[in-house]
Write a protein that binds this ligand. Structure first.
Ligand code: XMP
Length: 515
């Protein structure tokens, strides 16, 4: 296994992700826990020292133990990792003063090493785009090292000691903006003797062991939303601890057609996971009666959700842990945005704060993974593809797809129209190309003519967007044929709708949801 010593960089998890893509098993450990004793038992086959916000010029700056360099295994230092490596091995680091570098830069190979770098990292074109983010820089390399590559502001962009197999780079090869960075990691792990045969199946086994170690024989509650993340977390935890897990599925009555039944059947009957179906439709719809302000809707649902969850969780005796399907991007977002200057566009629905209130500890087995990796893990756990590939669905559910007042009648109509629309998209083979598609029912009635009669029914809007992360989005360019056929089907099959529109707003300026 490969050890990543974390010095607190924002992108350390991306290193792990790149290595998993190369089918190499790695673990991230914070620098504080990497001691001599730890290294003796851990016995890594290679070590990567991550970037980090500290300056090696501060006395109290974090360091790996000297022993890292005496293990006889390859070591790769990145950014702060490079600086700490150079300083500990006898080089010198200086502070920024005009040489700080943030963003795109180009590395060119040192003349005598052109052959080595071509194929190792460079593609032969003579320069390589990299992503820099550093204040301090190496001023003098450590004895035994030589320079392989330079950039205008980093004369020691790539350095290495071929005898000891120590390498260090000033830039971040793990980020997207270093396009060839993966090749660098690939060559580093080859050099360390990894065969690249680690799989998601192995990840699952390790994750299961970690959950067992963390939880012991305590009981765990999992709030199941029916979404991919909480579902994968629940199935994984169930594999680890079986009946010690109880899932609570809060049904606010704002779900899609047949959704509650599907979730209950899948988890209770198929997976045999103890599941409480908290059907609180009346409670939620009662509280939402007469409410049309989007923020009031969101807050009402969010608060009730927590109350209800707590009420059911209290019935589970001896529960000590709350399981959540938190992903790595959620971790990053909550770190970088909490208390930040950004304004609230929407009050997002989450159960943050709940664990403290209930005195529960957290189990978050997906914390290190990205969405596509969670999907791969879900497949490994036998969740059906159709389920794993589902579009995201917001916590407040259909409430925010029903602008204006929410009534049972409107929800019924909305559910049916949405089901027809999604069916159309699946039939045309477009589902996987679209990030998210849904119907919103509009708070207006319009006049139409069907047969020989007059109708006065609701209008609805179809929404479909492409996106990478939900932060920005563009509308999906359906053909006119598709739109026409879908509108006809909705009007024919769904009583209560006599007009269909297509929403062609991008985000920004729109948002994906209507509220
Ligand atoms: P917007 O509408 O803000 O949505 O462009 C971006 C993405 O987030 C989803 N969304 C939510 N997800 N709780 C969630 O779990 C929420 O309160 C919530 N609001 C929006 C939305 O469906 C889209 O994927």
């Amino acid at each position: 296994r490969l050890l990543i010593v974390d010095f607190g960089s924002q992108v350390t998890q991306l290193i792990a992700r790149r290595l998993r893509e190369l089918n190499v098993y790695c673990e991230i450990h914070p620098f504080q826990s990497v001691t001599d004793a730890f290294l003796d038992t851990y016995r890594p086959k290679a070590v990567i020292l991550s970037g980090g916000p500290a300056s090696v010029l501060d006395d109290a700056s974090p360091r790996p133990p000297e022993k890292v360099f005496a293990l006889g295994v390859p070591v790769l230092g990145i950014c702060y990792g490079q600086q700490v490596m150079m300083q500990m091995l006898g080089g010198r680091v200086e502070s920024g003063h005009g040489t700080a570098e943030f963003g795109r830069a180009y590395v060119t190979p040192a003349d005598q090493r052109i052959d080595l770098l071509n194929g190792w990292f460079l593609d032969g074109t003579g320069r390589e785009q990299v992503w820099m983010s550093h204040g301090d820089h190496v001023a003098e390399i450590a004895p035994g090292f030589e320079v392989f590559g330079t950039s205008p502001n980093a004369p020691f962009a790539i350095v290495g000691d071929l005898d000891r197999q120590f390498y260090a780079v000033q830039f971040h090869p793990e980020v997207h903006h270093t396009p060839n960075g993966k090749t660098l990691y690939e060559n580093f792990v080859k050099l360390a003797g990894f065969s690249g045969d680690w799989t998601m199946g192995a990840y699952r086994d390790e994750a299961i062991q970690k959950i067992r170690d963390q939880v012991g024989d305590a009981r765990v509650i999992c709030g199941l939303s029916g979404g991919v993340d909480s579902s994968v977390a629940a199935v994984l935890i169930h594999e680890a601890i079986g009946e010690q897990l109880t899932c609570v599925f809060v049904d606010h009555g704002l779900l899609r057609l047949n959704e509650a039944e599907e979730v209950v059947t899948m988890f209770r009957d198929h997976y045999n996971i103890p599941l409480i179906h908290a059907d609180e439709t009346d409670l939620f719809l009662g509280a939402l009666e007469g409410v049309s302000d989007p923020e009031v809707k969101r807050k009402t649902i969010g608060k009730l959700f927590i109350d209800v969850f707590q009420k059911y969780a209290d019935q589970i005796e001896g529960a000590a842990f709350l399981a959540q399907g938190t992903l790595y991007p959620d971790v990053i977002e909550s770190v970088s945005f909490s208390g930040g200057p950004s304004v609230t566009i929407k009050s997002h629905h989450n159960v943050g704060g709940l664990p403290e209130k209930m005195g529960l500890k957290l189990v978050e087995p997906l914390r290190e993974l990205f969405k596509d990796e969670v999907r791969a893990l879900g497949r490994e756990l036998g969740l059906p593809d159709s389920f794993i590939g589902r579009h995201p669905f917001p916590g407040p559910g259909l409430a925010i797809r029903c602008p204006g007042e929410i009534t049972r009648e409107k929800l019924e109509i909305l559910r049916k129209a949405d089901a027809v629309y999604i069916d159309q998209i699946r039939k045309h083979g477009l589902y996987d190309e679209i990030w998210q598609a849904f119907v919103a029912i509009l708070p207006v009635r319009t006049v139409g003519v069907m047969g020989d009669g007059r109708t006065y029914d609701y209008a609805c809007a179809l929404r479909a967007v492409t996106s990478v992360d939900g932060m920005t989005a563009d509308y999906y360019p359906f053909t006119h044929d598709f739109l026409g056929e879908t509108a006809t089907r909705i009007i024919n099959e769904v009583k209560g709708i006599n007009r269909v529109t297509y929403d062609i707003t991008s985000k920004p300026p729109g948002t994906i949801e209507w509220e």
